[in-house]
Design a protein around this ligand. Structure first.
Ligand SMILES: CC(=O)N[C@H]1[C@@H](OP(=O)(O)OP(=O)(O)OC[C@H]2O[C@@H](n3ccc(=O)[nH]c3=O)[C@H](O)[C@@H]2O)O[C@H](CO)[C@@H](O)[C@@H]1O[C@H](C)C(=O)N[C@@H](C)C(=O)N[C@H](CCC(=O)O)C(=O)O
Ligand SMILES: Nc1ncnc2c1ncn2[C@@H]1O[C@H](COP(=O)(O)OP(=O)(O)OP(=O)(O)O)[C@@H](O)[C@H]1O
Ligand SMILES: N[C@H](CCC[C@H](N)C(=O)O)C(=O)O
Ligand SMILES: [Mg+2]
Length: 503
């Protein structure tokens, strides 16, 4: 709360004196005595308006320092930089401008996470699903909620577009401020390994940290599984190292995933475990999955209750257990949680059924990792009466080593695998398909155009078959080269079904 008193809000604009703001950069001795009023902080020169403090970030693509002059021309009154710059406004030099940005943003927006109950969810798969479950349970309990993740950011019903699963610190702190101003009680957010490693969440005062699972993804960025596991572990290691009984911190860990042992050791927070196979604080027992839903006995330290949900798939039982753990330590009554779970429909693009009256089942799912693809296909195998088709591709400019693995899984668990493009980005779509083919011995149908691939599957499918369209889920675009083209698996599938019906 220290800086809250200096956070000024007048006539719709906010402002803070430069010298006051700089006091938060503790290791820094200001070289300037100038003291302009800072009305915004920006990391993108194109967003700068009069009164901005522009922070130069060395990116993966370009160097923000190269845009400092442009930022000043647009009205920046001070600049934070790592390298010498000659500018007509004060320049504040720091060793690490991304880290400085996190500190400044937290201070500028009045340390909003100190005034919110923040639940962070990390793990390879299930972050979006689990945060959405937490949001729905909290709403059912009458709480005003905030949500940050892959699909969008939300305050109550209001939605905001996102570029990243976990945005940069500046975007995050601004959103948390908005949440505090809107009287949000609980915010649930996805915390990606990239964000943890790049320090996008420095300054976020999490109350609860949740771990879903760890399997292969993002080796393009992390290089090794050890680095990936360690990066995710930062959420637990940074969860506060003191026992503030007014504001206890909790780590909710998946006892069935080996990485939890490491995370348990790295956190000083109270650990609550959940699981199905290993003894844990919160457990699901006697699980029964049918095509219309799942029931299980939910064992908690409070009491054991029966749970009924419309969701299917063992992975969703795990996601529910993670959400139950997060909500219980956030003081949501168990009975309310169970009531809410009974109402939960799926999450957009996650095991989403496309029904246009066809005699076979079409499912769109965001599985884009080997483990998620395997989980989804295993779930489909449990209810499929006839053949399973899978239309799948792998993203360009992403972990190449997962391509042959995903291909192998598609072939292993389906009768008709069809390899196609996901988001090729800057890569040659044929080269991605070739990487996939390296994983399989036999010839697989390859149709580079995703629309054609989906259409092909739908035209071949017969009564009681299941068509899984994997990888893009809720996405409403396809990135080919630098072009972001409108594309929605659900719409393409529906149109293909319609064309077939009309024939
Ligand atoms: C590899 C990576 O993480 N890149 C992130 C990075 O972009 P970048 O380094 O390329 O930025 P840049 O374009 O070089 O720009 C550098 C600086 O110059 C500034 N600039 C640039 C142009 C200009 O005209 N003026 C200007 O000031 C930029 O605003 C920026 O401050 O910084 C950007 C701003 O924070 C991010 O949006 C961007 O995420 C890109 C879109 C991305 O795809 N990231 C992926 C890998 C990612 O982070 N994924 C995880 C989720 C994974 C999961 O769900 O499992 C995520 O959290 O999203
Ligand atoms: N707990 C889980 N374990 C394994 N697979 C899962 C789990 N939950 C969901 N999945 C599968 O992973 C896909 C992605 O789920 P979700 O979007 O919740 O994950 P995420 O962690 O948010 O992914 P991203 O890293 O892209 O943000 C789902 O469509 C489903 O196929
Ligand atoms: N958060 C994931 C999403 C991948 C979705 C998939 N459709 C792709 O483009 O690879 C990533 O950025 O790696
Ligand atoms: Mg997500």
């Amino acid at each position: 709360m220290a800086s809250f008193s200096v956070y000024i809000k007048k006539k719709g604009t906010i402002g803070m004196k430069l010298q006051t703001l700089l006091q938060h950069l503790h290791s820094f001795t200001p070289l300037t005595t100038e003291n302009p009023t800072i009305t915004s902080i920006d990391m993108d020169s194109r967003d700068v308006q009069q009164g901005s403090l522009f922070v130069c970030i060395k990116g993966f693509t370009v160097d923000g320092h190269d845009f400092a002059e442009q930022a000043v021309a647009r009205g920046a009154v001070a600049v934070v930089a790592e390298k010498p710059l000659t500018l007509p406004v004060p320049v504040i030099y720091v060793n690490d401008s991304r880290r400085a940005l996190a500190v400044l943003a937290d201070a500028f927006y009045g340390q909003p996470t100190h005034q919110l109950h923040v639940i962070g969810v990390t793990g390879t798969n299930g972050k979006t699903t689990t945060t959405h479950f937490i949001e729905r349970i909290c709403r059912h309990a009458g709480k005003k909620t905030g949500l940050i993740g892959t699909i969008n950011m939300k305050i109550g019903d209001e939605t905001y577009d996102v570029k990243n699963t976990t945005p940069e610190s500046l975007v995050l702190q601004k959103m948390f401020r908005k949440m505090v101003d809107a009287h949000v009680d609980i915010a649930a957010m996805e915390v990606s390994s990239h964000a943890l490693h790049m320090g996008r969440v420095h300054g976020c005062d999490f109350d609860v940290a949740v771990f879903t699972n760890l399997t292969q993804d993002h080796l393009d960025y992390h290089q090794t599984m050890e680095h990936y596991r360690w990066s995710k572990g930062l959420l637990f290691a940074q969860l506060g190292n003191r026992f503030d009984h007014q504001r206890p911190k909790f780590a909710i860990l998946n006892a069935d995933d080996a990485a939890s042992e490491e995370y348990k050791k790295s956190t000083a927070a109270t650990v609550v475990t959940y699981g199905i196979h290993h003894q844990s604080d919160i457990m699901a027992k006697h699980i029964e999955i049918t095509t219309s839903g799942t029931t299980f006995q939910l064992v908690t330290p409070i009491e054991t209750v029966q749970v009924k949900t419309k969701l299917i798939g063992m992975f969703n039982v795990y996601n529910l257990l993670a959400a139950v753990g997060a909500c219980l330590v956030s003081n949501i009554p168990l009975r309310t949680i169970v009531e809410a779970i009974a109402d939960i429909e799926g999450v957009s693009g996650r095991f989403e059924v496309v029904n246009a009256g066809q005699p076979f089942t079409v499912i769109v799912d965001y599985a884009h990792t080997p483990d998620s693809l395997e989980n989804v296909l295993q779930t489909i195998q449990q209810f499929a009466k006839k053949r399973i088709f899978v239309v799948v591709g792998c993203g360009g400019d992403r972990d190449r080593t997962k391509r042959p693995l995903m291909a192998q899984i598609a072939v292993k668990y389906s009768d008709v695998p069809i390899f196609t493009s996901d988001n090729p980005r800057s890569e040659d779509p044929m080269a991605i398909l070739n990487d996939m083919k390296q994983g399989v011995a036999e010839d697989v149908v390859c149709i580079v155009d995703r629309k054609e691939a989906i259409t092909y599957a739908i035209e071949q499918a017969e009564k009681d078959d299941v068509v899984l369209i994997a990888g893009k889920g809720h996405e409403t675009y396809q990135i080919i080269g630098k072009d972001v083209l409108y594309f929605d698996d659900r719409v393409v599938a529906r149109e293909a079904i319609q064309r077939r019906t009309d024939q």
